[in-house]
Write a new protein. Sequence first.
Length: 380
Amino acid sequence: MSLTFHWFLPTNGDSRHVVGGGHGTPATALGRDRPPTVAYLSQIARAAEDLGFVGALTPTGAWCEDAWLTTAMVSQNTERLKFLVAFRPGFVSPTLAAQMASTFQRQSGGRLLLNVVTGGESHEQRAYGDFLDKDARYRRTGEFLQIVRALWEGKSVDLRGEHLQVEAAKLARVPDPVPEVYFGGSSPIAGEVAARHVDVYLTWGEPPAQVAEKIAWIRGLAAKSGRTLRFGIRLHVITRDTSEEAWAEARRLLAGFDPQTVKTVQEGLARSESEGQRRMLALHAGQRDALEIHPNLWAGIGLVRGGAGTALVGSHEEVAERIKEYAALGIEEFVLSGYPHLEEAYWFGEGVLPRLAQDGLWRHPAGAAAAPEGLVPFAS
């Protein structure tokens, strides 16, 4: 088995400190330390490509740059890296989305992956003209994916659904290959949509016992639909030559969290309708103590950032062991990030990936000759 690793393009800006934002909260001023220019994001993308990451996730929302446009431009500065483009079904028609995906595949050489984000927060959705409630948004996502997948198969589609209707919809050119669909959600209706329509179910970085429960839940639902899914996890990473160095970096990041910013962000996130966000908040309860919620799993990021709020922290060996722990549960894909994203890609790519390769759990997508030779990215 070879695990798959994806990196992250910080289209809300980057910094040597944690850049907050997401789930209805704006990006913090730290995002202006390194603006998300095409040149800088391309630098990150090329590093990820060289190091052996398969793809790079881009977020979606009012707090960051548009994912479609940004990745289309960055793709022209890379050769192999795929782009896991986050998008919201309620903001574009399913026929246009299917056409956009088909065009992206042709122009990028088949390097599109799609991360379907059903809704974000209602107040943010309304700013875009979407006034459906959360459950209705998920039902619409199911209809959306039903239409898109049929179009990708070259079918002519007529559908009069609860929220979407198309008549004689058909693509002039279908995508080749068909993009894989990634999806996350912790509510019951989210599980139903995942089981019926997606290829990879993503969970945020909860402790292994909770992740195991999610995997069992989704596997059971998918089996009822006669389907099997792959599973992925979204985490931040802080990996160094020694455990002491890694935890010192975590403490440095924590020391940079302004108490008022933490208070404001936590108050905003507490109003979130997202079940996944609720589960993230429960890991730290807004408190700075007891943030190591499982060996080498640190919940500090979630104090100032919505969405994925946990990080693997430790020596390269320790981080590799935690990845093996998640892999043993059934996690095959890891969507990772770290601050700053350029430097942290090297720490992980040159420090952790070779150790996983030695254990037969990873190989460089471009072949053995392209794999990092060293075990550490920088001199200690």
